[in-house]
Design a protein around this ligand. Structure first.
Ligand SMILES: Cc1ncc(COP(=O)(O)O)c(C=O)c1O
Length: 476
């Protein structure tokens, strides 16, 4: 019986593979729903689900939230560095600040096509609803709306955040939630609470450039640990680094990291937390993209495996609701009192009207519905962008295939210099994030990070133009 059903799901998988290869279903097309196929092929729902899981593993189709299964772009994937080699790891202090400034300034320019910035497109944010709620809540809590909401923050917001944290596997009381002015503030407070000047922080590589800057600004050193697009930071390399040097904290983005988009499997998260716990090294976890998953379930946070209060969980609503509201939070375990004290010293409190609005939106504004809608959009956009990169960039270009977030990390042939591409792209009205930004040790010279927060004809034309520029650079 078992082998019969095994044969059956393989037969279903082969039928769909044949239809994709024969061109009946093309990249971006929706394949029949599980129910339709189960009826048509006279197979059980379970068999079809198994067949689709196999096709997902073979990278032929992908699930889109609340929408079904779609044919995936055949994009050559980056497999990441060889993690078996024990390469020498050296902390770096060099800065990338000039390039960083230039790139950030360009991200803000309205006359450039924003393919370089990791911010959601306003088209996909509930702007009017949020602003209306802010006005009505400010009337309802008239005095509170103009007073300081001292740390740990607005109690209704703490309750809402603690409830949502459960979905990531974190069990926290509302008073364990410290509201911050965005995720960056949470991470800065965490670094200050765990490190002293001159200390070393282990980070995954490539890594979000702003945090590399923050580490340098705080007088700390970043130790870049290789990461793979599939599994994130290498636990083996980190273990080796811990043997070699004194590491004061480890800062990672386990769910859809920036720029790799990697999703650490739960087992790897557990290993990471346990490895660090054995050495009493705090883990600073940035989970700002965790709610932007394309699968059925929100991925767990590494914090869900924390038994010692050593994981400092940081996040915000910048990627899902309103980056400009500057509302973030941390669940900081044993570091909370110190971080609360510092928050009070540095900026007293997070803006009250923004806390009021977000708390009410979470309670009544249909946040989950909104999330489902943007998850669907991001999943579709990423796929379309990957497909366009395959069509327009030079042969040999490879990229990541994230299952959440809205960023594509693209590796071009070695002859294409990402900084020159960035400069030429600006001249053509396009902003991108060049790879060298994502390391302090001069890596990723032929990589770029593209944002697929928006997908339309203009963006498609932008990708075509970038491809032409990359071809030009390759020809010299
Ligand atoms: C990984 C990561 N963390 C934090 C931030 C910024 O967070 P916030 O706006 O909440 O301070 C970004 C924005 O790009 C990001 O990519």
């Amino acid at each position: 019986m078992a082998s019969e059903s095994a044969l059956l799901y393989e037969r279903v998988a082969q039928e769909i593979t044949g239809l994709i290869e024969g061109g009946t279903f093309r990249v971006g097309d929706r394949v029949p729903s599980i129910r339709q196929l189960s009826k048509r092929m006279n197979a059980s729902i379970n068999t079809v689900m198994q067949a689709y899981a196999v096709l997902e593993d073979r990278q032929l189709i992908e699930a889109r939230p609340q929408s079904g299964y779609y044919v995936r772009a055949r994009a050559p994937e980056i497999d990441g560095p060889d993690l078996t080699a024990r390469t020498a790891l050296a902390p770096a202090t060099a800065t990338i600040s000039d390039l960083c400034q230039q790139v950030i300034r360009n991200m803000m320019r309205r006359d450039l096509l924003p393919l370089g910035s990791a911010v959601p497109h306003p088209q996909h944010l509930p702007i009017d609803r949020l602003n209306r709620i802010m006005a009505s809540e400010s009337r309802r809590f008239r005095e509170q709306s103009v007073q300081y909401m001292m740390p740990p923050g607005y109690d209704r917001l703490q309750v809402q955040v603690a409830r949502r944290a459960l979905l990531a596997g974190i069990s926290a009381r509302p008073d364990e939630v410290l509201v911050t002015s965005g995720c960056v503030e949470a991470v800065v407070l965490a670094l200050r609470a765990t490190c002293r000047s001159g200390d070393t922080v282990a980070v995954e590589s490539p890594f979000y450039f702003n945090f590399l800057q923050v580490i340098a600004e705080l007088g700390l050193k970043a130790l870049e640990i290789p990461a793979t697009p599939r599994e994130g930071i290498s636990i083996e390399a980190l273990g080796y680094a811990i043997e070699q040097s004194r590491i004061s904290a480890c800062l990672v983005i386990p769910n859809f990291g920036n720029p790799l988009g990697s999703l650490m499997p739960p087992e790897r998260k557990r290993e990471l937390v346990e490895l660090l716990a054995r050495h009493e090294i705090p883990l600073i976890e940035d989970d700002i993209y965790g709610e932007l998953h394309f699968g059925h379930e929100r991925p767990l946070a590494a914090k869900s495996f924390d038994r010692k209060g050593l994981v400092i969980y940081c996040s915000s609503f910048s990627k899902t609701l309103a980056p400009g509201y500057r509302v973030g939070w941390t669940i900081a375990g044993r570091f909370q009192p110190e971080m609360e004290r510092m928050k009070m010293m540095i900026n007293l409190a997070t803006a009250s009207p923004c806390q009021l609005a977000i708390a009410e939106f979470l309670a009544t504004g249909g946040y989950d519905h909104h999330l489902r809608s943007i998850q669907r959009i991001h999943s579709r956009n990423l796929s379309q962008m990957a497909d366009a990169v395959v069509r327009h960039f030079p042969a040999g270009t490879r990229m990541t295939r994230p299952t959440g977030g809205f960023m594509l990390w693209v590796e071009m042939p070695a002859g294409v210099d990402a900084i020159r591409l960035f400069q030429r792209a600006v001249e053509q009205g396009i902003s991108i994030a060049p790879g060298p930004l994502f390391s302090l040790s001069g890596k990723y010279h032929n990589f770029i990070r593209l944002s697929s927060a928006l997908w339309d004809e203009t963006v498609e034309a932008g990708i075509r133009k970038l491809g032409e520029l990359a071809h030009d650079l390759l020809r010299g």
